[in-house]
Design a protein around this ligand. Structure first.
Ligand code: 1GP
Length: 246
């Protein structure tokens, strides 16, 4: 079964948690150790990637080690066209919709497309929208950061993503953000589009994950909380439990 079909089928009954592991943030052994505990905590998928460019060798190596500790599916979350690996199950074929730089909107994707076709990688198209504060990805991606108080703008971008035929929409506050996307922004977007909604950035505790899930996020992504925790299984386990169907 394709990863996207599996996600859609799971979403009929439950919310999904994804753990982001950025190969640029730690060595391969630590990445695998995080994955092992996140798997035990009940995460549903792994996203491998980030905004700091790394080569396909490092991607291969990280994904290879993570495969040894989990059977969960692995999706590439690319920061550029060089972050490809045939070892993954799928890749987000994403466009940073509010970037000022066409490289992040379409040019990296044009470079990667024939390679992905030749290795028969499943691509999941996704509209990626970055809100303030945006953190590293907002800076590197040259984003015109969206202001959450401007609901009309957030909704317009989201409707545009759906009209483009993109299969998913990701509302991003930036990895390590001190604040997550506001629940009322999530619910405003949720009521405007029907494609699966991913929310991430700054989600560090069960209360935040519950509120964002209740507001209408289908998929919640966390990264930093696992990287920084000394008891990943417990801390992440509580975040995951509180966002699942209530
Ligand atoms: C980044 O949304 C993800 O793309 C995860 O953010 O590291 O803040 O959990 P955190």
């Amino acid at each position: 079964m394709k990863v996207y079909d599996e996600i859609i089928s799971t979403l009929k009954n439950d919310k999904i948690h994804m753990t982001l592991i950025d190969p640029a943030s730690q060595d391969v052994d630590r990445a695998a150790a995080i994955a092992k505990e996140a798997d035990r905590a009940g995460t549903d998928y792994f996203m491998i990637g980030g905004s700091t460019e790394i080569d396909s060798k490092r991607m291969d190596c990280t994904i290879g080690e993570i495969r040894k500790v989990t059977d969960k599916k692995i999706i590439i979350f690319p920061g550029s066209s060089s972050m490809l690996s045939r070892k993954a199950d799928a890749i987000y074929f994403m466009t940073l919709m509010n970037s000022r730089n066409p490289e992040f909107i379409v040019k990296h994707q044009v470079k990667a497309a024939p390679i992905l076709r030749s290795i028969k990688m499943e691509t999941i198209s996704m509209g990626y929208i970055i809100f303030k504060p945006g953190m590293t990805v907002g800076r590197i991606g040259e984003a015109d950061l969206l202001d959450e108080t401007n609901m009309e703008e957030a909704v317009s971008y989201s409707i545009a993503a759906e009209m483009f035929g993109l299969k998913m929409l990701y509302l991003e506050a930036g990895s390590g953000s001190p604040s997550h996307i506001r629940p009322d922004t999530v619910s405003g977007v949720r009521s405007s589009v029907s494609i699966p909604l991913i929310v991430g950035g700054g989600i560090r505790d069960p209360e935040a994950s519950r509120k964002i899930s209740q507001a209408g996020a289908d998929i919640i992504v966390t990264g930093t909380v696992a990287e920084k925790s000394s008891n990943i299984e417990k801390v992440l386990g509580n975040i995951i439990k509180s966002m699942k169907r209530f």
